[in-house]
Design a protein around this ligand. Structure first.
Ligand SMILES: *Cc1c(COP(=O)(O)O)cnc(C)c1O
Length: 379
């Protein structure tokens, strides 16, 4: 059983993908070919944003957004403590301090109450200037933007949506990748919409920031690549990846997103009596980058993971370590409030195999193995 089955996806889409790849090969427009612009237009339309700027990966997408805002030394950027490293790495790479915020124990997303406390504490510490919030759409569920946007406005902070796992999610029909002042996503192969290598994109309605990001992603270009008005980076999406994504975006819209939601529903129905199944807020729709359950404690979680491995069922732990415990942040004033919900979740979480092509009997095998584990350990 595959944790995320990219081989089956390819076999279903093979003829179209192969055709699109050969077109790129015969045109030999490997960088900035017409497929890149076509993809940017399709993605902007899908999420409802004015601008989509593709780039090399999701981490660069975050960096480009922060660079457009001039985030740097002595700035505080509020980041959930429970996320992938890149969400905190991006502001830290620019010299800013990622100040970690505890998460909601049900959605695993940034807790608005904890955000407010952490902002207040940072202001009262007086050393850093609060500049921005990076809200993460963890495991595919959009963060709590109703409340987070209000807090951002109240404290005049910029809001960056890290939708690396969130593409395809929505809140009452409003799509992810359009909740931030700038939003960023990733096309890493295992993300909800993935390509065949690294890729990413930035979305915004703001013309000025879009122009800056287009410059930063190509060596701080002015009129062209050889007129350089600022220090930038080299971060473009390959034409080959854009061609693959154009095919995959169609499948994503036509059936993949619906099918993965059906798979998640089946899991939840079968598992909710024995473990804590994922909680999706009323009016929220997830794209299920991960299907993550909570066990009672670390011993039970690690026991279940081992038990699943015996049946050749791949489970994964996202994430074992809170951000504030990562060695890379040693010596940085990144923890100013209580982060105990994250610490607790890290000990108890387990992600199960899920993807749009998972079969009914595969779900049953996983569910049966979990039920067996609990029967064994109740005796
Ligand atoms: C994957 C991921 C990123 C980084 O994306 P890459 O394309 O791998 O650079 C950033 N934030 C989160 C939450 C992610 O899951």
């Amino acid at each position: 059983m595959q944790f995320r089955d990219l081989k089956t996806q390819y076999s279903r889409l093979k003829s179209r993908i192969d055709q699109e790849i050969s077109k790129v090969l015969s045109d030999a427009n490997f960088i900035s070919g017409k497929q890149v612009k076509e993809l940017e237009d399709s993605l902007a339309e899908y999420v409802g944003a004015k601008h989509c700027i593709t780039c090399g990966n999701g981490t660069d997408a975050l960096l480009l957004a922060l660079m457009a805002w001039g985030i740097g030394e002595n700035d505080a950027v509020f980041v959930p403590d429970f996320t992938f490293f890149a969400s905190g790495e991006a502001p830290a790479c620019l010299g800013a301090v990622p100040v970690f915020v505890d998460v909601d124990e049900r959605t695993f997303n940034m807790s608005p109450a904890a955000l407010r406390d952490t902002i207040k504490q940072t202001i009262s510490n007086g050393r850093l200037t609060p500049k921005a919030i990076i809200a993460v759409d963890l495991f595919g569920q959009p963060a709590d933007y109703d409340e987070i946007k209000q807090i951002a406005q109240e404290y005049r902070l910029l809001l960056l949506e890290d939708a690396a796992q969130g593409f395809g999610g929505n809140i009452r029909g409003r799509k992810a990748c359009h909740f931030g002042d700038i939003s960023a996503t990733s096309f890493f192969p295992a993300k909800p919409l993935g390509c065949y290598g690294d890729g990413g994109a930035v979305f915004t309605d703001n013309d000025e920031w879009a122009e800056l990001i287009r410059s930063y992603r190509i060596h701080g270009k002015g009129m062209d690549k050889y007129d350089n008005v600022r220090l930038g980076m080299n971060s473009r999406l390959d034409t080959l990846q854009a061609a693959v994504l154009l095919v995959k975006l169609k499948a994503f819209e036509e059936y993949e997103l619906t099918d993965i939601n059906l798979a998640a529903q089946k899991y939840t129905k079968a598992l909710q009596d024995c473990v804590k199944a994922p909680y999706v807020k009323e009016g929220f729709y997830s794209s299920w980058a991960q299907y993550s359950i909570l066990l009672d404690n670390a011993v039970q979680r690690d026991g279940l993971l081992k038990h699943l491995q015996k049946y050749d069922i791949p489970g994964m732990i996202y994430y074992r370590k809170p951000m504030h415990d990562q060695k890379a942040f040693d010596g940085i004033e990144c923890k100013v409030t209580d982060l105990s919900v994250t610490e607790d979740i890290c000990n108890r979480i387990l992600s199960l195999p899920i993807h749009p092509y998972i079969k009914e009997d595969e779900i049953e095998t996983v569910v049966q193995a979990i039920h067996d584990f609990f029967t064994l350990h109740m005796k």
